[in-house]
Design a protein around this ligand. Structure first.
Ligand code: HEC
Length: 161
C-alpha cells in the first residue's frame, strides 16, 4: 500500500506563487528600465562629421547668455576642477582659459561648439591626454538646456576662466 499522494493541485500552489512573484519583479524592473531610459539624454555620436551635434548645439547657443554662464560654472562647481588654482601643481582638469581656441583642434572634424557640448554631456566620448578622466557623467540630467547654452557661450568666449 503506497501513501496517498498529495493532490497535484495543492503541491503546485507554491510554484504558482513563486512564478507570480517572479513575474511581478520582472514587470517592475521592465517598467523601471523604460522610465530610466526615457530620462537619459541619448548617447554620444560615433560617426563624426562637421555637422555632428550641430542641430542640437545651434539652438542651444541661439539666445545664450555668456555672463550668466560665468555664474553657472561656479554654481555647478565646474571650477572646482577646471580653474587653475594658486597651486601650480593642481592639475585636475584642463583650465577654462583658452578653451575656445583649444576646442577648435581637439576633436576634428567636430566644430569647437560641438566639441564643448560633447565634453560636457559625454565626457567619456573623448579623453584629453594627461588628465585622469574624473569628470562627472551626469550633467545631461542635471543641467537644463538654457543653462547648458549659457555655459557653452561662456566657455566659447574670450572671458572663459
Ligand atoms: C571632478 C572634476 C570635474 C568637474 C566637476 C568638471 N569637470 Fe570638466 N573635465 C574634467 C577632466 C579631468 C577633463 C579632462 C579629461 C577628460 O577628457 O576626460 C574635463 C574636460 C572638460 C572639457 C573639455 C576640455 C578640453 O580642454 O578639451 C570641458 C569643456 C569641460 N570639462 C567642461 C566642464 C563643465 C562645463 C563642468 C561643469 C558643469 C565640468 N567640466 C565639471 C574634470 C571635471
Amino acid at each position: 500500500m503506497s501513501q496517498p499522494r498529495p493532490s497535484p493541485k495543492s503541491s503546485r500552489l507554491p510554484l504558482y506563487f513563486v512564478a507570480g512573484i517572479l513575474a511581478l519583479f520582472t514587470l517592475v524592473f521592465a517598467v523601471a528600465f523604460v522610465l530610466l531610459s526615457e530620462t537619459s539624454e541619448g548617447t554620444a555620436a560615433t560617426t563624426l562629421t562637421p555637422d555632428t551635434y550641430m542641430d542640437i548645439v545651434t539652438p542651444l547657443l541661439a539666445n545664450a547668455d555668456a555672463a550668466h554662464g560665468a555664474m553657472l560654472v561656479e554654481h555647478y562647481a565646474c571650477v572646482g576642477c577646471h580653474r587653475a588654482g594658486a597651486e601650480a601643481t593642481a592639475h585636475i582638469a584642463p583650465p577654462f582659459v583658452g578653451m575656445a581656441e583649444r576646442a577648435v583642434e581637439r576633436r576634428s572634424p567636430l566644430t569647437r561648439e560641438a566639441y564643448i557640448y560633447e565634453s560636457i554631456l559625454y565626457p567619456a566620448a573623448y579623453h584629453v591626454e594627461e588628465y585622469t578622466p574624473v569628470m562627472p557623467q551626469n550633467y545631461g540630467r542635471l543641467i537644463s538646456d538654457q543653462d547648458l547654452g549659457d555655459i557653452m557661450a561662456f566657455l566659447l568666449s574670450a572671458e572663459a576662466h
